[in-house]
Design a protein around this ligand. Structure first.
Ligand code: G3P
Ligand code: MG
Length: 345
């Protein structure tokens, strides 16, 4: 056991145990907070045999809001204070790209566009200073996707003439709200001459030159909410996009994916825990997740212990052995926390 100091960072001992929790399917089901999440957090905040504060962070492939807004909302929902530095969303790590694109025009796809707090605002706060969304393109060129209209309140203020902007990258920030339109506009940019929307490279040119860089904030094919059947995630959008790209150009799609199970995301998570623990790595970290492909695979690859919940999220025991084996399978997050405390403290 370790001290019951309320400030984990002030304790000089290396914490024996810390947690990284997935959100969707572990703490929440859609908008609904799972009751097991509340009891799990009570244990972490001192309601355990050692009366200890146990450090934890939340690592989600979800997103669409700023870390500040997410933390404030989660504090209310989970009835415990959650700080922004405890929240790692799929797009949080995009900040590592500002050194490449901070001052270059980029096309950002997905997430809510509407201010305040829309995707443009969040990307600006991260340090991207020249952000355009699919709405900006659609609004400037209505014939580019004639089936719907971009609403003017989602368009960038002082929008320049986009026919002279050279896009340097496409970043899929979060789930596309309009797959058809977004796939069309993304193919257009990747096929363009020098990143100028409305121009087209010849097949020979396309083959010769490097593709405009494309980033996805996470790769989950499926995720679980409060609908009885699992839902398509950003990974499904990527599969669709990739197929249309290949059929259109005959070329394989090049891209980078962030989020769980990628190493960069886990490195970021480990650094967050280290900072919470006064610069020391906890002796053991447990990743509690519902998705074997992202939570369990990523946690295992990173050398963490993993607990897979089997009653509240994507994975159900009826599917058979999970593709990536966790340290243990439990019904829900409450049991995961109790078992980890029993094992490690
Ligand atoms: O879109 C997938 C995402 O919502 C999954 O979130 O918390 O289960 O990683 P999470
Ligand atoms: Mg999940």
């Amino acid at each position: 056991s370790f001290t019951s100091s309320s400030s984990i960072a002030s304790s000089s001992r290396r914490p024996p145990l810390a947690f990284a929790f997935d959100i969707d399917g572990v703490l929440k089901a859609g908008p609904r907070v799972l009751p097991q999440a509340l009891s799990a957090l009570r244990m972490l905040h001192g309601d355990n045999p050692y009366k200890s504060q146990i450090p934890y962070i939340l690592v989600t492939n979800g997103g669409g809001v700023s870390e500040e807004d997410r933390a404030a909302r989660l504090s209310k929902e989970l009835q415990h204070p959650i700080q922004p530095h405890q929240v790692l969303q799929a797009h949080t790590v995009l900040q590592s790209l500002t050194k490449l694109y901070g001052d270059k025009p980029i096309l950002v796809i997905g997430g809510p566009d509407k201010p305040p707090g829309g995707v443009r605002g969040i990307m600006n706060e991260y340090g991207f200073n020249d952000v355009y969304t699919a709405h900006d393109l659609h609004h400037s060129f209505p014939a580019s996707w004639p089936f719907t209209r971009a609403s003017p309140d989602q368009v960038r203020s002082n929008l320049p003439d986009l026919s002279s902007v050279h896009f340097s990258a496409i970043i899929v920030f979060h789930d596309s709200r309009d797959w058809g339109r977004d796939i069309q506009l993304m193919v257009d940019i990747l096929r363009s001459r020098d990143g100028v929307f409305g121009t087209e490279s010849s097949p020979a040119e396309l083959k010769k030159r490097e593709q405009i860089p494309l980033y996805f904030s996470h790769g989950d094919l499926l995720w679980g909410n409060d609908f009885p059947v699992v839902r398509f995630g950003q990974g499904a959008f990527r599969v669709a996009f990739s197929n249309v790209w290949q059929k259109t150009t005959g070329l394989p799609l090049e891209y980078t994916v962030f989020g769980k199970p990628e190493k960069l995301t886990f490195e970021y998570a480990a650094e967050m825990l280290r900072e919470m623990c006064g610069g020391q790595d906890p002796a053991k970290v447990y990743m509690v997740g519902d998705n074997p492909e992202s939570d369990i695979r990523g946690g295992r690859d990173f050398g963490w212990e993993t607990a897979l919940v089997s009653k509240t999220g994507v994975y159900r025991e009826a599917q058979g052995e999970p593709k990536y084996r966790p340290s243990f399978v439990v019904d829900d997050v409450e049991v995961a926390v109790r078992e980890a405390i029993e094992r490690e403290m």
